[in-house]
Design a protein around this ligand. Structure first.
Ligand code: MN
Length: 297
């Protein structure tokens, strides 16, 4: 069974004690199994306080992050690579202390619009450093999910097949591909086929819609997406990610280009996404069962 999660930015833009307590309590009240906590600045998270809130609410956590220009492990600049590895290792420690299972997001490069393509040497350096980080993560049973994003947010992983190839090159069993339907809608030729071809390498999944607002109110064929996830026998977390200028602040607002209010009511949005996801998953499983039920007598 897939654990269903919600990104903390649906509720709060920061992680002060009050924001942390509200985001976790609200995620649990709606009925989610887990909350995805952003760790762009891992050391700013009060892990003991967060764990207490998670225990009180009875839900789990995953975490996501992205490197920046100064910590870019694909930059071929040894100082930036060193800082990048340290940032990733800090995040692993924080995620271990949170008791979280997955560390995902743009771990392979800076989270930004690049002005030039990556280089073979940059990809090689990124793979080498991620292999080292993966070893530390494995000791705490943490899976790394390399997020495949659109061309305006990274220049390394823009398609699922590139993600699979990068996992092969890193060669660690706890490094998986993290797919996101919003990005796939921009870059993939066939979203369903890309999910199925990622297969066992898929380790984390973000749902949403074409404008990152209410699920089902955009232009993505979400029924097809959930059928592909079921066909691929994907068992990992499915997390709803949505951004509105109602909640998000800098620096994410600027990096992601969140200029308008896609929604006003976090609770209504999150409750709708959870029921929509459950209905789509149920329908996709029933679609699989049709073949068995429809054999010629
Ligand atoms: Mn995402």
């Amino acid at each position: 069974m897939n654990k269903l999660g919600v990104h903390a930015l649906v509720w709060e833009k920061g992680w002060s004690h009050d924001e942390c307590a509200r985001a976790i309590a609200n995620s649990a009240a709606v009925g989610y199994d887990l909350i995805e906590i952003p760790a762009l600045d891992p050391r700013s998270i009060d892990t003991a306080f967060t764990v207490k809130q998670l225990q009180k609410a009875g839900i789990g956590a995953t975490s996501s992050m992205g490197l920046d220009a100064d910590t870019d492990i694909s930059s071929n600049d040894r100082d930036k690579e060193k800082r990048g590895q340290a940032r990733l290792e800090d995040a692993v420690s924080v995620i271990r202390d949170l008791g979280a299972t997955h560390m995902c997001g743009i771990l392979e490069s800076a989270f930004q619009k690049y002005a030039a393509p990556t280089t073979p040497e940059g990809v090689k350096r990124s793979c080498e450093i991620l292999a080292r980080v993966a070893e530390k993560a494995a000791a705490s049973h943490i899976t790394l999910g390399l997020e495949v994003v659109n061309r305006y947010e990274s220049n390394i992983l823009n398609t699922a097949s590139q993600g699979v190839e990068m996992c092969r090159r890193i060669g660690a069993p706890n490094v998986k591909v993290h797919l996101d339907v919003y990005h796939m809608n921009i870059e993939e030729s066939d979203i369903g086929q890309a999910i199925i071809e990622t297969g066992d390498d898929l380790g984390y999944f973000h749902t949403g819609d074409s404008h990152r607002g209410y699920m089902g109110s955009g232009s993505i064929d979400l029924a097809g997406v959930f059928r592909a996830l079921v066909k691929a026998n994907y068992q990992g977390p499915i997390t709803f990610e949505s951004f509105s200028s109602r909640v998000v602040g800098q620096p994410l607002e600027g990096i992601l280009g969140i200029w308008r209010n896609l929604w006003e009511d976090s609770h209504d949005l999150a409750a709708h996404a959870l029921s929509y996801t459950k209905v789509q998953l149920k329908a996709a499983h029933e679609a699989q069962n049709q073949a068995k039920r429809s054999r010629l007598v």
